[in-house]
Every structure is written in C-alpha cells, then in structure tokens.
Design a protein around this ligand. Structure first.
Ligand SMILES: *[C@@H]1O[C@H](CO)[C@@H](O)[C@H](O)[C@H]1NC(C)=O
Ligand SMILES: *[C@@H]1O[C@H](CO)[C@@H](O)[C@H](O)[C@H]1NC(C)=O
Ligand SMILES: *[C@@H]1O[C@H](CO)[C@@H](O)[C@H](O)[C@H]1NC(C)=O
Ligand SMILES: *[C@@H]1O[C@H](CO)[C@@H](O)[C@H](O)[C@H]1NC(C)=O
Length: 304
C-alpha cells in the first residue's frame, strides 16, 4: 500500500474510535443548608452511590469556599448571588465538565442549580433533578434549627429578628434570600435579592433566564410528601401560597409564574419535559434503592 493510504486508514480508524467512544455524562451535586460537599453520611454517600452504579462517571460535589467549614458556614450566611457567581467560574474552569452535565440539587441546592442554569449555563445542564427544592421559596422556618452548632442557630435567629427583608439580612442570610412573604407580596417583589429575581417575578423579565431554562432536557421535581422542613412543601413542585394568603395553596399550574410563563416552566411542561415525582417521608428521606430506581437509572445514565 502507498504510504499516504496507510496514513489515511490510520487516521480513519482513529476517528471512528473516537466516535464510538461514548462518555457517560458527569453529574454535579449541590448540597443543602448546614451540609457540605463531602460529609460521608450525606453528599459523600451520594457520590459513592452514583460512582458505584455508573462505572467511569465523574461526579463533582459543590464546595462553596475552600474548606469544609467554610462550605457549611456559607450555606447559611453567604449571599446566594455570590455563591452562584463562584460556581459559574468553578464549573467553567473544570475540564471534566466541558461538555455539559446532569445536576442534582438537594434542598436549597435545587434553586441554586436552577439559578446557575438560568444565569450562566456554560457548560450547560442537561437533566436538572431537584430533591425537596424551594422553587417558590419558603414562608416560614421549621421550629427546629437545622444546625447542630448553637452559635449558627443563634446567628440565624438574630438575623431573622432584624426583619427578613432588611437589606443587611438579604445580603447575609441565605433562607431570607428565598423568602416569599405571600402576605406582603409587593415588599417581596421589591426587596428579595434572589428568588424573586430567578423566578422572573418582577415586571421586567430577563429573557436569558427563559432561553437557558428551556434548553434543559428534563426537569425532575421531587416532593417529599411528609416534609416538615420546607414551608409550604408544595414549593418543591413550584406551588405556593396564593398571594394574600398564608393558608391557601396554588398548584404549579395555578401560579402566575406558570400561566404567564415567566421562566419557561410552562413551555417545558407542555413539551413533556417536566417530571413531578413524590415520595413518602420527611425532607430528603429516601433510600439508596429509591434513588437508583427513580433518579439514577432514568436520568443520570446517559452519554455525551
Ligand atoms: C477530572 O477527572 C479525572 C478522572 O476522574 C480526575 O483525576 C481529576 O481530578 C478531575 N479533575 C477535576 C478538576 O476534578
Ligand atoms: C439577565 O441575566 C443575564 C445573565 O445573568 C445578565 O447578564 C443580564 O445582565 C440580565 N439582564 C438584565 C436586563 O438584567
Ligand atoms: C460553630 O460555628 C461557629 C461559626 O461558624 C464556629 O466559629 C465554631 O467553631 C463552630 N463550632 C463548632 C463546634 O463547630
Ligand atoms: C405521608 O404523606 C402521604 C401523602 O399525603 C400520606 O398518605 C401518608 O400517610 C403520610 N405518611 C405519614 C407517616 O404521615
């Protein structure tokens, strides 16, 4: 054979090898409040579970700040918008995520990943799965403090006492940034630094949020039927209190966010791309088997 033909066939074999090599899409996890990237009983366990079931997968568990202690502290007290900016930079700089990834949010990590999708999405999220997220925010906190650390609990109480929409509190207390006071809706619209923004609730809508959100392949919303932490728990499915009430609940389909399609949720839903799952149990209570069967196998087991 002629030299150039040999070279050509080597090149062709090389190319066909590349094409047939399918890479499993990476998964990114974003933990909830009081949690961190790597505690062995929480995100560490999830990372191992995914790696054990999907051979060769790259799993990145979000760490906000540069230590475990900072990560936990930031989950209470770091301005969420700054947290999103930090992840936009971190994900983009991570060569293992270049071709996009699936994302699994735990509790408040859910709406933070959605904010990443709406604002940055570079690299893009393919399937976004949210477990017990507060997509419409919360109006109320559970009686029990979520931290084992008494100092943190006291700081949360002191900040809340100042008033949830005080600008200092909006800048420093994470749950305040996704607080939707349904009895004072106008004040919420005016002062909420995070959730009103990513829900495009104000009169001026950001079309980038819509464009990025409808680029998702699937949006999977998991609600915990017996959740006593998220108030109201319907927020996990984009439902919430009817404006002007702290008792009556609107389903996702009854909210203005959906009807007027502020972020593209209705568009995705009408195209069959929104999947609502529910499971009995309190906040984030599920078994490994449940996760593998309902989340991992259908939504994380795909290739780029
Ligand atoms: C990318 O993935 C490889 C293989 O799993 C790993 O060794 C490396 O540390 C990862 N890089 C980052 C930035 O996580
Ligand atoms: C809309 O969001 C994008 C992405 O975060 C931002 O760059 C842009 O400034 C926003 N537009 C307006 C009008 O706020
Ligand atoms: C409790 O949190 C405070 C504030 O972050 C920190 O200074 C302190 O070391 C923590 N205590 C324990 C026991 O972790
Ligand atoms: C959890 O909620 C479901 C649905 O509302 C209900 O059927 C079930 O009885 C509840 N379980 C417990 C232990 O309260």
């Amino acid at each position: 054979m002629d030299k150039s033909l040999i070279l050509l066939s080597i090149v062709l074999i090389f190319i066909s090898n590349i094409e047939s090599q399918e890479t499993i899409r990476p998964t990114v996890l974003w933990h909830g409040i009081g949690d961190t990237c790597c505690y062995p009983f929480s995100m560490g366990r999830m990372k191992k579970l995914i790696e054990a079931n999907l051979e060769g997968i790259y799993v990145y568990s979000v760490e906000v700040g540069d230590s475990i202690a900072a990560d936990e502290f930031n989950s209470y007290f770091m301005n969420v918008n700054d947290q999103i900016d930090q992840m936009c930079a971190k994900f983009k700089a991570n060569g293992n995520l270049t071709n996009g990834f699936n994302a699994v949010g735990f509790s408040q990590g859910s709406q933070f990943l959605r904010a990443y999708n709406e604002r940055c999405n570079d690299p893009p999220i393919y399937n976004l799965i949210t477990l017990g997220g507060q997509h419409q925010g919360v109006y109320g906190l559970p009686d029990t403090c979520l931290s084992m650390n008494g100092t943190i609990c006291q700081m949360v109480r002191d900040l809340l006492d100042l008033g949830v929409y005080e600008s200092f509190v909006q800048d420093h207390l994470v749950p305040a940034e996704y607080w939707q006071d349904s009895l004072n809706y106008d004040e919420y619209l005016e002062k909420s630094v995070f959730i009103a923004d990513i829900n495009n609730a104000r009169s001026q809508k950001n079309s980038t949020y819509y464009k990025n959100f409808i680029s998702l392949n699937k949006l999977v919303l998991v609600k915990f039927n017996n959740d006593t932490i998220v108030i109201p728990r319907e927020s996990e499915w984009f439902g919430f209190y009817t404006p002007g009430s702290d008792k009556d609940i609107q389903t996702m389909e009854e909210t203005d966010l959906y009807i007027e399609d502020w972020i593209g949720l209705r568009y995705l839903d009408e195209n069959g791309q929104v999947i609502k799952l529910s499971t009995d149990g309190n906040h984030l209570q599920f078994t490994d088997d449940w996760f593998v069967q309902n989340i991992l196998t259908p939504y994380l087991n795909n290739t780029i």
